[in-house]
Design a protein around this ligand. Sequence first.
Ligand code: PHE
Ligand code: ZN
Length: 907
Amino acid sequence: MLQMLDGTGPGAAVVINRADYLAPAYWIDTVDLCFDLDPVKTRVLNKMTLRRNPEVPAQPLRLDGEELNLARVLVNGQGTSFKMEGGQLVLCDLPDAFQLEIFTTTCPSKNTKLMGLYVSNDSFFTQCEAEGFRRITYFLDRPDVMASYSVTLRADKAKYPVLLSNGNLVAHGPLEDGPNGARHFAKWVDPHRKPSYLFALVAGQLVAREQRITTRAGQDHLLQVYVRPGDLDKTEHAMVSLMHSVAWDEARFGLKLDLERFMIVATSDFNMGAMENKGLNIFNTKYVLANQATATDVDFSNIESVVGHEYFHNWTGNRITCRDWFQLSLKEGLTVFRDQEFSQDLCAAPSARAVKRIEDVRVLRTAQFPEDAGPMAHPVRPDSYIEISNFYTVTIYEKGAEVVRMMQTLVGREGFAKGMTLYFERHDGNAVTCDDFAQAIADANPASDLSRLLPQFKRWYSQAGTPHLQAQGVYDAAARSYTLTLAQSCASTPGQPAKEPFVIPVSLGLLGVDGQDLPLQLDSETAPAAGTRTVVLTQEHETFTFVNIDAEPVPSILRGFTAPVVLDFAYTDAQLLHLLAHDSDPFNRWEAGQRLAVNQAVNAIKNIAISADAACTNVLNDAYLDAMRQVLRHPSLDSAFKDLVLTLPSETYLAEQLDVVDPQHIHAVREAMRQQLASALQADWEAVYEANHDTGAYTPDPVSSGRRALAGIALTHLCLAAQASGDTVWPGKTLQRFKDAGNMTDRFNALAALVSSSHPLATQALAQFHAMFKDEPLVIDKWFSLQTGAPDRGGNILPAVRQLMKHTDFSLKNPNRTRSVISTFCQGNPAAFHRLDAAGYQFWSERVIELDAINPQVAARLARALDRWSKLAEPYRSQAHQAIARVAARTDLSKDTHEVITRALGQ
Ligand code: PHE
Ligand code: ZN
């Protein structure tokens, strides 16, 4: 029971249920916080005005708190009696309205959880979402309690020259000298009411890039990006992304910046990507800092999305927030959808939009589909949790975004914008639910399919699991008709044995023999319409008959991936080759190539048990290789699209296509496929490299980054081909490219080509890379993860990981570094991790336990590396299970890790 006292540890593993929601017994109207910042002992004086919520029976006030030292509690200025219960501060016999003053202290320098107030590189930062504010002061730490904040920061002036909090700076100046010299203060007032999870403060030695802007509406604002001195030359892209974000939200949704000043601050110690605190976004440096020398095209594009994402939260999340944490996807799914649309809208060309869509779907299918099929499967709006931090998942974010996207598909783009307007009219300033959102979109579009089907549509919020969409097509030559049968099903998930049918919008088209889209006319219609149409499946089975079809067409189903489902259709190779050559829908064109590769890989993996050598020779047939050659040679396809088509499905994605997973077999087959693509297309890879490798002066736009990506994948294959043929020319050229590169993308791609072909030159290049960038932590992260994620050759990666953990640059306390070394190995390198000798699992269990004592959130994410253990072939399956049981046997686990581990064991 000891663990219950501080509210951590499985002793306190209480299950929270959505159905138990109760409105708060008190409202907090104003909060006046005064901080005396000190790394060892920070004093926090919290003066609040509260009133009883008349809609709730009278009861004591229970304030959340965690790891706080309580010094004083005053009600209306008078001392009062209180008790502590389960970590909460409980006050009884209160008046209906009153002032409450609470004085506490905390120790930010010992805060390795990085929740609440912590120190990073001698500066102070906060992280309050979801339940970190209670680590700063006692509070009703729940999102439906919204208050007006004013914040005074007091600190040593030399050590903490910059003092920031939410809202507007209303006063600042000197204080009396302290024992260490001059002190100063700053007072901030946030004009907007907010829940405690959006509170933030920052104090330290920081410098800012500043930009004044005037919006369409004619209002002036100050935008600032704060970083450590020395990093200013890496802030331009974040600032430009922020300016684009402000303009986009105003143009597309009519949503204006509602603050005089909008700040972004970067910190290198951060559990997640970034945080949307009102007016003071705090970012992981990874999603702020970039220049061409240190950041890749992927980094640039991630920064654009994350800056957009956090900025868009200002409306979807902050102005309208969540009633409770079960509604997390209300803000996260919607805001991911918005950032995806933002990135697409910034693309000039339609083909670049399609590339972005393919990338987003790839994330969904390689990360969210496995989650939905595993022990942590949960609905987009979960029904229960033990630790809410465990539910910042790809389901809440990425699947949640797909649910919003389906709504847009059902009401149209303009209808969706109208729905957003109604959502803000109804709910601005409030804490609401996913139901409220869906209702607003539907009500703004009364004639839409969404409105007609709303209760059924909302099963996307309540039912976990990825539906399968089974399609069958029958051509009737005599009737000149093509009948498509669509059937849906969804496997059971933990706690949900049976599922009701979903509403599934399916965009589709039919390709004629010449590859053109056929006009589409259903048997119930009098005239055809051109191109793509969207049918809406609501039953378990439905049949659609298209008429006036002269020859058997090839169906292109689920164009643009209009629903987060698995499409099963028994395509022949010939049909897939036809789609790959001609489909007018770029998503399905890419998908056809992926299906061809998956089919061949799965066949080889099945044969490997019979003969490993035979299974790994000529995995890919000539027709596929020819098709890939045609893609590489295609005169008009984008380089970025070619890169996506030529990228084989990942080992993780392949694993999901199998019932029993042998990670070594998957790896062997996929490596054989890479090798075959390399050798068979060698001449084309050379041509492609020559045509794409010079992209001129660096800009991270889609066209030139696509060309760099294609040059990069070409180089990788040229090094692989060289490995097989003994050629030394291309590895030599690659090393030269590594040395001469004018930007990080080209340099890193060259380095990765040497590493991923295990070429001897890789060692020297890696050493040189480290020497060049030893003072750039984000580049050193790349250096680590390139090595821990490299293709395993005879079990060489795990010893390398252990060695890298001894490197002076390694630290378990820094989440980015831990992810680059440990998560990359355990979660990004299946064949290195799943070893016959179980040493990878042993390593994993040691690290989970070790990390759990430092940072439970990071540990719990790592703990999920074995989510899919029950699908593994023996001996992996039993060994993985034993490793999980070893972790479960610990009595000192955080509730974060405890929840993940017990769910993995199915308890
Ligand atoms: N709310 C943040 C986002 O999605 C993510 C986050 C969650 C950050 C919890 C920190 C802690 O933008
Ligand atoms: Zn978010």
